[in-house]
Design a protein around this ligand. Structure first.
Ligand code: COA
Length: 180
């Protein structure tokens, strides 16, 4: 779709861009990864219709201003490396979630994407508090958000309902506008 809503951001070899209908096969493949399934609450099983619905919802979020969902791609090839989604702003707050395909891990893609979205959010909105919620035990994710300038606040008991409605504790991190 040429008239897709949203903004693209670039850093180094990466582009963060709005999702396209044509991303559905790559998104469907990515969401079969056991680590993404383990740590991110996505439909189970994840089917073609789920990828289509995610992309449609992402476009709606850009259109109605309820969020900023980006595909993280390699600029040279447009290969899908991951997803970073800002939910909000909701008042002075916004929340972020992120995952990477295995080939995208171990090279700072997540840290750089997260930092870029946080910086862009503070530059272009009135957000004061940007936060994220990480299931207890997800150490790579905690290290990533700390590298991106987020501070650990504590553990929220039964914060999320994971697959099948299982309550899980989450660590809450935040980065404030004044932390920059
Ligand atoms: C959480 C997740 C995104 C972290 O990915 P990651 O690759 O470990 O994190 P980053 O992209 O920040 O990369 C960090 C690694 O790249 C290295 N790196 C290289 N260049 C870098 C750069 N410019 N900046 C930061 N790190 C860099 C770091 O040293 C680090 O290596 P290490 O893992 O050997 O310590 C990934 O594990 C994932 O997708 N997991 C499944 C889904 C998930 O858990 N999502 C989060 C839910 S809250």
């Amino acid at each position: 779709m040429d008239d897709e809503p949203g903004t693209a951001l670039a850093i180094d070899e990466l582009v963060l861009r709005p999702w396209r209908v044509t991303d559905a096969p790559a998104l469907l493949a990515a969401c079969q990864d056991p680590e993404i399934i383990r740590w991110v609450t996505i439909p189970q099983p994840y089917l073609s219709a789920d990828a289509d619905a995610f992309i449609a919802a992402a476009m709606t979020m850009w259109r109605d201003g309820t969020g900023a969902p980006f595909a993280i791609v390699e600029s040279a090839t447009d290969r899908l490396l991951g997803a970073v989604t800002r939910f909000g702003p909701d008042g002075h707050q916004a929340t972020v979630g992120l995952w990477l395909v295995p080939e995208g891990r171990g090279r700072g893609v997540g840290t750089r994407a997260l930092r870029l979205v946080a910086d862009w959010t503070f530059e272009t909105t009135a957000v004061i508090r940007f936060d994220c919620f990480i299931m207890v035990g997800n150490e790579p994710s905690e290290r990533m958000v700390e590298r991106a300038g987020f501070q650990r606040e504590g553990v929220l008991r039964a914060w999320d309902l994971h697959h099948g409605g299982v309550p899980v504790d989450c660590v809450v991190y935040s980065r404030l506008r004044t932390d920059q």
